[in-house]
Design a binder for this molecule. Structure first.
Ligand code: FPP
Length: 239
């Protein structure tokens, strides 16, 4: 049995260690990470994946040294400047999730404009999580629900996700975390409820097409049960 894979989410971890291992400053690791992100977008597109969601800046990343935070912003701006034409041409639709109101205004304007330019495309949905935290996303959703004046009885598991930043996308089928750590780090907390999670020891800058293929082929061997018994999933009658 092979599983259909429509949405891949990635926690791109290990840039700092990749740089350290080469005696380079951490930002060089993030630069190499941005190149790996570009490759991942291309590879996802070629493999017909519908949604790719990349964790580029968490709401906790503000705790990093100021130089590193500013370096990441510059890198993101450069990525957009360099990639916009390619994204538009290759049919990619760019989205962001997270609280962009805390981002430098120039950068958030540029991101919004870029997203607008790709609106008419019909290919891969590329979502970049920026100043994103799963708990913060749920809190912002609850605030919006209350502002809309919904009654408690009107809120259920179909209504709440319509208020999340991710309302336009299906839940991830596969989450990949590189860099050897085995945790979710406040990423897509609501959305990962039934996602298959693949941990790779590869540092993100070294994550390439063959590493993506290894993750996809692991995914295809998983039996997704969504709370059912193996017999139900396999179509056997229940005793
Ligand atoms: C984690 O590595 C990575 C980040 C906090 C930033 C991710 C950003 C990029 C890959 C570049 C920009 C992305 C795009 C989409 C253009 P780490 O620094 O925590 O690594 P470490 O655990 O080895 O220290």
């Amino acid at each position: 049995m092979t599983n259909k894979i429509d949405h891949v989410a990635i926690i791109m971890d290990g840039n700092g260690r990749w740089a350290k291992g080469r005696g380079m400053p951490r930002l060089k690791g993030h630069e190499a990470g941005a190149r790996a992100a570009r490759k991942a977008v291309e590879a996802a597109r070629e493999r017909g994946i519908g949604y790719l969601t990349l964790y580029a800046f968490s709401s906790e990343n503000w705790r990093r040294p100021k130089d590193e935070v500013e370096g990441l912003f510059t890198l993101l701006e450069g990525f957009i400047d360099r990639e916009i034409d390619r994204l538009v041409e290759s049919g990619v639709r760019l989205h962001t999730i997270g609280d962009l109101s805390k981002f430098p205004p120039g950068l958030s304007r540029k991101i919004a404009l870029t997203a607008q330019k790709t609106e008419g495309n019909s290919g891969l949905h590329l979502t970049v999580a920026l100043n994103y935290g799963g708990r913060n996303e749920i809190v912002r959703a609850v605030r919006r629900i209350m502002k809309d004046g919904l009654l408690p009885e009107a809120i259920d598991e179909d209504v709440l996700p319509r208020y999340l930043d991710t309302s336009f996308m299906p839940d991830p089928d596969l989450l990949i975390r590189t860099g050897g750590e085995r945790r979710i780090s406040n990423y897509l907390l609501w959305q990962l409820a039934y996602t298959e999670i693949y941990f790779s020891d590869i540092l993100w800058p070294d994550f390439d097409e063959s590493a993506l293929d290894a993750a996809i082929s692991w995914f295809s061997t998983r039996q997704r049960r969504f709370g059912m018994t193996p017999e139900q999933v396999e179509g056997d009658p229940l005793p």
